[in-house]
Design a protein around this ligand. Sequence first.
Ligand SMILES: [Zn+2]
Length: 288
Amino acid sequence: MTNTNIPKDYQQSMGATIIIFLILGLIVTAILISPLLTKQRRNQIKRRAFPPFWQEIIANNLPIYHRLTTDERRRLQGHIQVFLVEKQFIGCQGLQVTAEMKLTIAAFACLLLLNEREEYFPKLRSILIYPSTYVVNETVATGDYFLAEKRVAKLGESWSRDQLILSWAQVQEDTQHWNDGHNVVLHEFAHQLDQEDGKAEGVPILPQKSDYAIWAQVMTAEYQRLCHDVENGFHAVIDSYGATHPAEFFAVATETFFEKPLELLQQHPALYELLQRYYQVNPRQWVE
Ligand SMILES: [Zn+2]
């Protein structure tokens, strides 16, 4: 039977409506399936064999590598493999990017992913590597109403857009001084975690809504304590740079948590516990 009694205009509008619904259906399906496909693709990457010479490089440059548990090491390797596939490394000022550079940076950065959030610094696309300290033009305030252009030397930078900058000389220095509480890769990638929600205020995305209140309570108290210590010239285990802004405090506290866990636990137990819960690792167990 043909629908000769239905007006042609009506048939056309019905046809258009069906096409719109089909397109919307496809878009919704793609949105729902996309994370599953990403997860599947990442799991395939993680299952690839981890080359022995990669292990050698990481063991040389990440001093705690052999102190990680077998399970932590296996998960770290998986994250490193995904990180290397998804992030682009760009050498600056003529620097040739080597496997050692990529693996060292990936290994430090992926220590921050052992909490299995299934996110790989989603806003970050490329890592720019300079041979050593690099100089940039920055606009700085010179008084209440005045701004000036200034040349500033930098060791690293995390931009809220899609790039992060590192000095390779500084990364190498950090591999040789693991326990000094300074690590430019941990610092800049902690900023990436902080900036994931679009704001740089020292609060990364937390698993539960209820976590934010305790985070604010502990972080505010610890930040104020550091500001007080710095103002009064007291020695603190957390570097004084952390007292410049809550976002810097989170980045510097992360460096201290991984590099000086015993001191942090003794002097700032609440902060240690908060970071342990967030990063889902216990670095004091990695100390000999
Ligand atoms: Zn910083």
